[in-house]
Design a protein around this ligand. Structure first.
Ligand code: SF4
Length: 507
């Protein structure tokens, strides 16, 4: 009988094993045959709960996980479909979700997605109409609709989280975003990949501190010479391979046979450590040719499981200047809390920018302020007399272009990002927290620029206001407001903050 991912993941005593498979840029042929045969053998083996299929990995075109997933499902193996926000807008995404529901493919890994890569004719348009939090809320809403129309099976939506962030700002923002994803409907999470047991454990400690009960699967990867190089160089967003591990892997693979033996042993050892520290399962990647390797890893895990503590030190990094949220595990939550409250120094220009925009926002864009009714009346008059363009052209645009490189989206979200613009400041336009791709504080796409969320965290921390960052669900930008006055839209309750915003209500 086909194993059911939702059933297995909802059974706390089960240790779940899922397998990540990566389709190629072909509709049939060797890579596709190999994915199908690995899945078939996995179903026969019986130890794998589901295979997960990537969605245009690296932003490059590949065979759709929906089409391939359906064939795999028909062959008796449950499937998790990766679903990113990069390639289609909200209309396309909802349509794809309906198609998946129709096809009976309801395990979803909701991701913001890597940045756009190259397809026919060059680099693709990076859409990012939603981020992963909003995407999860779309599935939550679809579930409501499915139930209403009498469907017995609904989407099981999961999310990714990257504990492998080594600056305080990135770590905090990742975990706060995880909370938003759960609030928006994620019912399981899969970590990014790293080989640092303290970071894997950090996520479990965070879950415990916050009372998060959704199951967590830890990513594992059969690390070979070819994959270690880009991972170590930071070319695979969100993945961490240390210098020491990289050098070791390079030496091991001087002889391919020895390299494979070491890779299997390392994967099995990390697997048992992750099971030992409390993960609900593992998510195994890096398997390209045959299921036999997976079988060897799982057999080896069975053989060494009782000794898992022996292997912990192998996966401990020299911490150096790296940030760990619970460095002293005995102090747990208290330590995390005191860290969060520490005040830090930021550049004077950064602080002035923040203070100026925050003051302006509190004076003019607070609906609870005493002058709010006056602003509303003025906005209404300008709007009725069709002269709002004057305000926009001669005051709003110059002000916001200089201070924020405003792109005139008409639905301003700077207050959610430490008074920085999520449109010009973030290539993925995230409004609910950083994607997993930042590296050492820098943007996945504009590698010489600090991630806009890192800047937001730092400027807010200086004022002890980090609690306000990603503290609530931010609905998606309203495209119908493009090139209109965001000031007027705010005061006339037209923007994403309007009291009856349907996406916020869906939560
Ligand atoms: S969020 Fe929109 S309105 Fe606000 S600064 Fe950015 S582009 Fe301009």
């Amino acid at each position: 009988m086909i194993r059911n991912f939702n059933d297995d993941i909802s059974t706390p005593e089960k240790f779940v094993v899922t397998l990540e498979l990566v389709p190629g840029r072909e509709s049939s042929g060797r890579a596709t045959d190999s994915i199908k045969s690995i899945s078939k053998e996995a179903a026969q083996d019986g130890r794998i709960t589901a295979v997960s299929i990537t969605d245009n990995p690296g932003g490059n075109p590949a065979l759709s996980p929906d089409a391939l997933g359906r064939e795999i499902l028909d062959n008796g193996m449950d499937v998790i479909v990766h679903f990113t926000c990069r390639d289609t807008n909200r209309v396309g995404m909802e349509s794809r979700a309906l198609q998946l529901a129709r096809m009976g493919m309801k395990n979803i890994l909701a991701l913001t997605g890597d940045y756009s890569g190259k397809g026919f004719g060059g680099r693709g348009t990076p859409v990012f109409d939603f981020d992963s939090v909003i995407l999860s809320s779309m599935f939550k809403d679809l579930n409501r609709r499915l139930i209403k129309t009498g469907h017995s099976s609904i989407f099981t939506t999961g999310c990714a989280v990257s504990p492998f962030k080594y600056t305080e700002a990135e770590t905090w923002v990742q975990y706060k975003k995880l909370e938003r994803k759960i609030e928006a409907g994620s019912s399981f999470t899969i970590t990014q990949l790293g080989y640092d047991v303290d970071k894997y454990e950090e996520l479990l400690l965070f879950k415990k501190e916050k009372g998060i009960t959704i199951p967590a699967l830890a990513s594992l990867y059969l690390l070979d010479k070819r994959s270690a190089r880009p991972m170590h160089a930071g070319r695979v967003p969100g993945v961490h391979v240390s210098e020491k591990l990289f050098q070791t892997v390079m030496q091991e693979w001087e002889d391919a046979g020895e390299g494979m033996k070491h890779a299997i042993e390392r994967t099995a050892r990390l697997g048992v450590v992750l099971k030992g520290i409390g993960y609900n399962g593992i998510h195994l990647g890096g398997i390209h040719d045959s299921f036999a390797t997976v079988g060897k890893i799982l057999d080896r895990m069975d053989a060494i499981e009782h000794n898992w503590q022996e292997y912990v030190e192998e996966f401990r990094e020299e911490s150096g200047k790296r940030f760990y949220l619970y460095k002293d595990k005995n102090r747990g939550a208290a330590q995390a809390e005191s860290l969060r409250k520490e005040k830090i120094k930021v550049k004077i220009t950064e602080n002035c920018h923040y203070m100026f925009l925050k003051t302006a926002h509190d004076l003019f864009f607070d609906k609870g302020a005493s002058l709010a009714p006056v602003y509303k009346r003025i906005s209404s008059r300008l709007d009725q007399s069709k002269t709002s363009w004057v305000l926009k052209k001669f005051l709003e645009d110059p002000f916001k272009k200089v201070l924020l490189s405003c792109q005139s989206c008409g639905d301003c979200g700077i207050q959610h990002v430490g008074f920085l613009c999520p449109e010009s400041g973030c290539p993925k336009h995230t409004r609910n927290g950083a994607c997993g791709g930042s590296n050492n504080g820098y943007c996945e796409v504009n590698k010489d620029k600090l991630c806009v969320w890192v800047r937001a965290y730092q400027r807010m921390k200086k004022h002890g206001e980090t609690d306000k960052l990603t503290c609530e669900f931010v609905p998606p930008r309203l495209w119908e407001l493009k090139d209109t006055s965001s000031w007027i839209n705010f005061h006339l309750d037209r923007d994403h903050q309007k009291p009856k915003e349907p996406t916020a209500k869906a939560l």
